[in-house]
Design a protein around this ligand. Structure first.
Ligand code: NOJ
Length: 530
């Protein structure tokens, strides 16, 4: 029996998730590449941080055309990361500590080296030909239509297979052919993959590019207005034909009913759509349980910008639906690189861990790791994302990550200051603040499951009330490097500062108005009125 109550179906609604990029977290084997036993060896860090679940980015066999998002076997572990037995051990040991495990589910495409694709490309009459999306050349002998790969470097979304004279579709690199979800055999094969991991005991899936699974059946060109778009774009009148099709929801519903048949499992969608109206349709209904709030990670460092996107999605989402918030992922630059360091990181952490939604902490964010700038000859990723994927900084020397001479990617600058060993016993460190925020959230019904209402403030402040029966909290975040004040009508004269990114935790704060120091965030407990 594991430590947590397995029958708590909706545990994810109150969870804090931690994203691990396995290649860069901890190397147990000494080859400079992180692995699953390495993660097991660092479970203490996760337990001390207080997270409820880890999401493991792909660890499946992969030729690395897209660093693991090109899977050549959905039911195994790449030897570089360990074995299935290591995975089972990780799951068991994490569960023993009350930490759930979420794995990446890549359903839009396989690797070009997956045996399914090898069969499919072998001849036009192969029984698996229709498992992928094949089409004859266009009239000029070029690609069948105007669809583009999401990656600029890859050009069109089509590659000619000279042997059979047809093009295959790849929404990402040519090494990632798109599966044909209109084919029932593909659906059945992927259902089997879901069950493979669910039977092993995983607690959920992070669903890669969930909005891309279905494409226009007739493979018609994208309308000219959106023909330039590599990813989702918002247009008032026209819709793209290679993504965000209504039929996608059927697949997500199938996934959900499978998850629900197991109980206590959930699906977190990666739906890179910044148009909140479209995004809201993806989660909180009978498909994905939750989805990343994409616009959230596209904002400048301004309180009103964050308020606007948080409120907009909240206003459009289904009743009770919760988005997932992240400050950084393996696809975007880290918080300190985008916004600058110092107290801003503390304010960002407080925002992430006090909003109404599921917070997801990318590894290294809890110590303020920055992007590295690998020299050009070391850039490995097709879309230049290596900088945000460099090894975890456990200590000043790098030995905490690997004993190899060279890790697979260089460490970021500042490792001697920014590392776990240095921060773990320092009560004023960012790591300590993350631990306190997570512990506070866990103990607070208002933060875990309460209502949210934002307040009218100046542009550089983002302030909101979180409330549950018997508990009311005011969160006020100053995004400016100068002091400011927040007028909050209808509140008592004063409140108790439960947590501050500065030095006033435990003090009483005047609320008429509430003063904030430069780059300060506070959580203030407000007594219920008589
Ligand atoms: C989203 C993943 O997060 C990203 O890393 C990958 O390149 C694409 N999906 C394609 O799988």
């Amino acid at each position: 029996m594991t430590q947590f109550e397995m029958t708590h179906q909706d545990w994810w609604r109150e969870a804090v998730i931690y994203q691990i990029y396995p290649r860069s977290f901890a190397d147990s084997g000494g080859d400079g590449i992180g692995d699953l036993p390495g993660v097991i060896g660092r479970l203490d860090h996760l337990e001390l941080l207080g997270v409820d679940a880890v999401w493991l980015s792909p660890f499946y066999p992969s030729p690395l055309a897209d660093f693991g998002y090109d899977v050549s076997d959905f039911e195994d572990v790449d030897p570089v990361y360990g074995t299935l037995a290591d995975f089972d051990e990780l799951l068991r040991r994490a569960h023993e500590r009350g930490i759930r495990v979420v794995v990446d589910l890549i359903m839009n495409h396989t690797s070009a080296e997956h045996p399914w694709f090898a069969e499919s490309r072998s001849s036009r009459t192969d029984p698996k030909r229709d498992w992928y999306i094949w089409a004859d050349p266009g009239p000029d002998g070029g690609p069948p239509n105007n669809w583009l790969s999401a990656f600029e470097k890859c050009g069109p979304a089509w590659t000619l297979d000279a042997a059979t004279g047809q093009f295959y579709l790849h929404s990402f690199t040519p090494g990632q052919p798109d599966l044909n979800w209109r084919n029932p055999e593909v659906r059945a094969a992927m259902h089997k993959v879901w069950r493979f991991w669910l039977d092993r005991g995983v607690d959920g899936f992070r669903v890669d590019v969930a909005h891309r699974l279905l494409k226009d059946a007739a493979l018609r060109d994208n309308p000219v207005e959106v023909a330039h778009a590599r990813r989702h774009v918002t247009h008032p009148e026209v819709r793209q034909r290679n993504l965000d099709l209504p039929e996608t929801q059927d697949v997500l519903r199938e996934l959900r009913s499978t998850l629900d048949s197991y109980g206590g499992r959930f699906a977190l969608g990666e739906v890179p759509i910044s148009d909140d109206r479209r995004l809201a349709a993806y989660f909180g209904g009978d498909g994905l349980n939750t989805a990343f709030h994409i616009a959230f990670w596209e904002q400048p460092w301004q309180g009103s910008a964050f308020r606007e996107v948080v409120d907009r999605l909240a206003g459009l989402a289904r009743p009770g639906a919760l988005p997932t918030y992240a400050l950084a992922t393996h696809d975007i630059s880290r918080t300190v690189t985008r916004f600058g360091g110092g107290d801003r990181l503390r304010v960002a952490a407080m925002m992430l861990l006090t909003l109404r939604g599921v917070p997801c902490v990318y590894y290294g964010e809890e110590i303020g790791m920055a992007d590295a700038q690998p020299p050009l000859d070391l850039v490995l990723d097709v879309d230049g994302r290596d900088g945000a994927r460099v090894p975890m900084q456990w200590d000043a020397t790098g030995r905490g990550f690997t004993c190899a001479e060279m890790p697979w990617l260089p460490f970021a600058d500042g490792q001697s200051q920014v590392n776990v060993a240095r921060q773990q016993d320092d009560p004023d460190s960012l790591l300590s603040l993350y631990r306190r925020l997570i512990a506070f959230r866990r103990a607070s019904a208002a933060l875990r499951s309460g209502d949210y209402r934002s307040l009218e403030t100046s542009d550089h402040v983002f302030a909101y009330l979180r409330s549950a029966p018997g508990e009311r909290l005011l969160v006020a975040l100053n995004f400016a490097p100068h002091s400011t004040s927040v007028a909050v009508p209808d509140l008592p004269l004063e409140g108790q500062v439960e947590l501050s990114t500065g030095a006033r935790s435990g003090q009483t704060a005047n609320l008429r108005p509430l003063h904030l120091a430069p780059d300060e965030g506070v959580i203030v407990r407000i007594e219920e009125g008589p």
